[in-house]
Design a binder for this molecule. Structure first.
Ligand SMILES: [Ca+2]
Ligand SMILES: [Ca+2]
Ligand SMILES: [Ca+2]
Ligand SMILES: [Ca+2]
Length: 296
């Protein structure tokens, strides 16, 4: 059965969008400069998938994870169509793959890893699916976790998106390759909402947050200018049984799309969007037993 989109009416979209916007608090200091309360080891409860173009054909590819062996694999796609698969590196125990982005600007996506016990970050430089070398990135203040990456200051270097599960605040850490340059607070999320992806949904060259409420299955886009929230808008509500796990432009029309995953059937689906508006849906490949789009 195809995923079904359920739209709210336009009036409720606007009203609830204002409510979301009211959750915005923007501060201009680095998390490093604040006293962050110790909430113990970070909570890594939000399932997110990692998607990037590993073979340079312009089409986003899936990173699969094997929870038993901690090995990764790359599934090359043409839009929603599986082309071929290849094994990637195995993630060390205690570390979690958070994103794939090109940190050293050699055109190959690299793995961004986070260790919630030590709060260390690391970059694994890749050539296609092949591990080339690793380097530590900055260590995060306790209570903060690395959740995603995106280029928020448009210097082509990926930046960290950080999240504090205690305060629900986000922060951007600007990097040059693996080196911390500066930090800024981003907006604070409403309870039960999480950042599941980063992309420029409205085409203004500024990265935006894709938010998902796993309780209500509502989605929202928070349009940003750098780390500053400009406005929010609802996207389509995700069908029951599915979760929203990433965003990427699968059909190469310049608009980021939703990647949906059904953890029971291991089926994937793409929801094509124009900005925050649902256009159509297509199934992607079903993952083999033992593999997942989410996890370590
Ligand atoms: Ca690279
Ligand atoms: Ca940047
Ligand atoms: Ca934007
Ligand atoms: Ca698209």
């Amino acid at each position: 059965m195809h995923p079904i989109v359920r739209f709210k009416n336009a009036t409720s979209l606007i009203v609830i969008g204002v409510t979301i916007l009211a959750g915005s608090i923007v501060m201009a200091t680095s998390p490093e400069e604040t006293n962050v309360s110790d909430i113990g080891n970070d909570v890594l409860a939000t399932p997110r998938a990692t998607v990037a173009d590993f073979n340079g054909d312009g089409h986003p590819d899936y990173v699969l994870r094997n929870a038993g062996t901690r090995q990764t694999a790359i599934w090359y796609l043409n839009n929603n169509i599986f082309l071929s698969g290849v094994l990637g590196p195995t993630i060390a125990t205690g570390w979690f793959l958070k994103s794939a982005a090109d940190f050293n600007l050699d055109s190959h996506p690299d793995y961004a890893l986070f260790n919630p016990t030590t709060d260390q970050t690391a970059i694994w430089y890749m050539s296609g699916p092949t591990f080339i070398g690793g380097a530590y990135g900055p260590t995060l203040p306790d209570g903060w976790e690395l959740v995603e990456t995106g280029d928020f200051n448009v210097d082509f270097f990926p930046d960290y998106v950080l999240y504090n599960a205690g305060t629900h605040q986000t922060a951007i850490w600007y990097l040059l390759n693996n080196v911390y340059v500066s930090g800024a607070f981003g907006p604070t999320l409403p309870p039960d909402w999480n950042v599941v992806g980063i992309a420029d949904f409205d085409g203004d060259s500024h990265e935006d947050y894709l938010l998902f409420n796993s309780g209500t299955h509502q989605t929202a886009i928070w349009y940003l200018s750098g780390p500053t929230l400009i406005r929010g808008a609802y996207g389509p509500t995700i069908s029951s049984g599915w979760i929203l796990v990433a965003t990427a432009d699968f059909n190469s029309d310049g608009h980021p799309d939703y990647l949906l995953y059904n953890v029971v059937t291991r089926r994937t689906a793409i929801w094509y969007l124009n900005n925050n508006v649902y256009i159509s849906a297509a199934f992607g490949p079903v993952l083999p037993a033992g593999w997942s789009l989410v996890g370590p």
